[in-house]
Design a protein around this ligand. Structure first.
Ligand SMILES: [Zn+2]
Length: 58
């Protein structure tokens, strides 16, 4: 089974993931899998989010 990895925030296709059988054991906990698409954050968006959450509201 082929899973497509797509960024949550910018909808960019990050890559493909080959899974023989989809169980909670072989899936990263940060992944949100819908059908055969896994929504995760690409490194760029992850970095941006880290900057935002590190900021204090003024
Ligand atoms: Zn992204």
């Amino acid at each position: 089974m082929k899973i497509l990895k797509v960024c949550h925030a910018c909808d960019r296709i990050i890559g493909e993931l080959e899974l023989d059988n989809l169980t909670s054991d072989n899936v990263d906990t940060g992944m949100d899998i819908v059908g055969n698409v896994a929504f995760i954050l690409c490194p760029g968006c992850l970095h941006e989010m880290e900057i935002k959450t590190g900021n204090v509201y003024h």
